[in-house]
Ligand binder design. Structure first.
Ligand code: FE2
Length: 254
């Protein structure tokens, strides 16, 4: 089995099973060490017109502490638009003043016929504010897109980007052994403010928190009936058809 086939095999295992160390043993000791295939989860990106956005995207620093703080590396590790496109996250910037027509246009294009406005604020939620924030920050998926247009305040949407298993060789007992290290997830933090329109695809792991302003007023767009029940990360979410479909949509065709 050559390195490319081995990589594909390990990738398929990653897509359909829990992340475990996989080992592929080459029985012939004289096999040459081949270069690893290109480390890319996604097919080549089509040339698409870039959308105007002000939203900042960067890797989350994974440090403990108040979730409402920026959690930016120092120096920051920005995430480019192509990476966001590769995980199916889309964003636009529409100035709040006079936003209605443009928002209507996006809703029409994506067949979203209904909307409402919600506000997450300490003043509005009172005693249950902290509890609600913890709930929004629990990693989950939905069975439908999550579309949010920020009218006031802001916050952070964190979305998971799957990283590739790393391949490496080791010589053991006259045999070359090819290891695929367990893949891991990385949080990408999307800092949104008034005027940002964000689309998070069905099936992607994500979470939300307000920032230090403690206020987010948001338009939620949906079709007939919103499917916003949170399916928290676990066995049920991993086998959810929308999760499986999402993984297929961002993976290299075998
Ligand atoms: Fe959500």
């Amino acid at each position: 089995m050559d390195a490319r086939r081995a990589w594909r095999q390990s990738h398929r295992q990653f897509c359909g099973a829990p992340a475990l160390m996989k080992e592929i043993i080459h029985s012939r000791s004289h096999l040459p060490i081949l270069p690893s295939p290109p480390l890319s989860l996604s097919p080549p990106l089509p040339n698409r017109k870039k959308k105007k956005t002000q939203m900042r995207a960067y890797y989350f620093d994974n440090l403990p502490g108040d979730q409402r703080l920026p959690h930016d590396f120092n120096p920051s590790r920005p995430v480019d638009p192509d990476t966001l496109q590769s995980i199916k996250v889309e964003s636009w910037y529409i100035p709040v003043e006079g936003h209605e027509d443009k928002l209507d246009g996006v809703a029409k294009e994506r067949d979203y016929r209904n909307r409402d406005v919600i506000e997450i604020s300490k003043k509005g939620l009172g005693d249950i504010y902290d509890e609600k924030l913890k709930g929004f920050y629990k990693e989950h998926i939905h069975e439908d897109e999550e579309i949010r247009y920020i009218l006031q305040g802001g916050g952070f949407f964190d979305v998971r980007r799957m990283s590739l298993p790393l391949l490496f060789f080791r010589i053991t007992h006259n045999a070359y052994t090819l290891f695929a290290e367990a893949p891991s997830d990385q949080w990408i933090r999307l800092a949104v403010s008034a005027g940002d329109l964000l689309v998070i695809p069905a099936g992607i792991y994500h979470r939300f928190t307000v920032d230090e302003r403690n206020l987010t007023r948001t338009v939620r767009l949906f079709k007939d009936e919103p499917k916003w029940s949170a399916i928290y990360r676990g066995t049920e979410s991993e086998s959810n058809p929308h999760r499986i479909e999402y993984i297929k949509s961002i993976s290299v065709a075998a």
